[in-house]
Write a protein that binds this ligand. Structure first.
Ligand SMILES: C[N+](C)(C)CCCC[C@H](N)C(=O)O
Length: 288
């Protein structure tokens, strides 16, 4: 099994992640809290109360976990294509796989990455939602002191299964949307590249960026549900499951609730995924 794809997936994911984390914090807050009027209001308030550091809350775990998560996504994607088409990364431009094969490989990668991502994502969301400024004398300490303390507290208060809260919603969010992610990327690359040739860097950047946007567009409704189910263990509000969360969110706040975070997700998705794909292609090309 070729391992380069796993390593390239890790490095490219880490670069994309740091770039996108501030957008991600604003998104999570907009989706789960009612204190903000919109993106600008959330950015201003976060900056005023918590300084620039506020935007980077909850980043250490994703950085550590991206090694697993993005390498599983890209590694499984590429190895599934290898199993389906018997072509390795190097021959794929000459003998391109069909879009159905790309979709199946993307869904497989998406499903397995969601399994790995779930507990890390939960900790990220819980930490991002702590709006207290950095520890100050006299102010009450935040509930979680850091990622490790957060894991230990969830384990103690909500049991080992508590660490997988939101896992179903995450799998539903990521399986089809990552299938679409790779199909969009491949389609855009093929549109602007002569047959059999490698796409230019500019093409990879644009195709990667739009693949990210397309995939986040269809993922956002389930992203809202996922974030809410993940926060539910903390708040009084307990949902019976994914469907219950969908129905009660829609009843209370209208269907518009499923679009929360759409603008910011798309704004974040372009640079993050442009950089991810460019780094991935570049690394594999130079090792090839
Ligand atoms: C499937 N879903 C849309 C959730 C993510 C797709 C893109 C993955 C990328 N690491 C990113 O964070 O943008």
């Amino acid at each position: 099994m070729p391992v380069e794809e796993f390593v390239a997936g890790w490095i490219s994911g880490a670069l994309g992640l740091v770039l996108g984390h501030p957008f991600d914090t604003v998104k999570v807050r907009l989706q789960t809290q009612t204190a903000y009027r919109g993106i600008v209001d959330c950015v201003v308030k976060t900056y005023r109360h918590e300084s620039l550091l506020g935007f980077f809350k909850g980043m250490s775990f994703p950085i550590a976990s991206i090694a697993v998560v993005n390498s599983v996504l890209f590694g499984v994607y590429s190895n599934t294509l290898l199993a389906l088409t018997a072509t390795s990364y190097q021959d794929r431009r000459a003998q391109p796989p069909s879009y159905t094969q790309v979709f199946i490989a993307g869904c497989t990668g998406g499903f397995l990455q969601a399994c790995c991502l779930s507990p890390f994502d939960l900790v990220k969301v819980r930490l991002q939602n702590q709006t207290e400024p950095r520890a100050q004398l006299g102010s009450p300490p935040p509930r979680y002191r850091g990622p490790v303390h957060c894991v230990a507290s969830i384990f103690r208060e909500e049991g080992p299964r508590g660490l997988f809260r939101g896992a179903w919603a995450l799998m539903l969010r990521d399986t089809p949307s990552l299938g679409l992610y790779f199909v969009t990327y491949e389609w855009l690359c093929r549109q602007s590249t002569p047959d059999g040739q490698n796409p230019s860097s500019a093409t990879v950047l644009v195709a990667g960026g739009f693949a990210g946007i397309a995939s986040w567009m269809i993922a956002t409704p389930l992203d809202v549900v996922k974030s809410r189910v993940q926060m539910a263990g903390l708040k009084q509000r307990e949902y019976r499951g994914v469907l219950d969360c969908m129905v009660s969110s829609a009843r209370q706040e209208g269907l518009g609730v499923f679009c929360r975070g759409l603008t910011i997700n798309s704004a974040r998705a372009f640079p993050v995924n442009a950089v991810t794909f460019l780094t991935y292609e570049y690394l594999l090309h130079s090792w090839g």
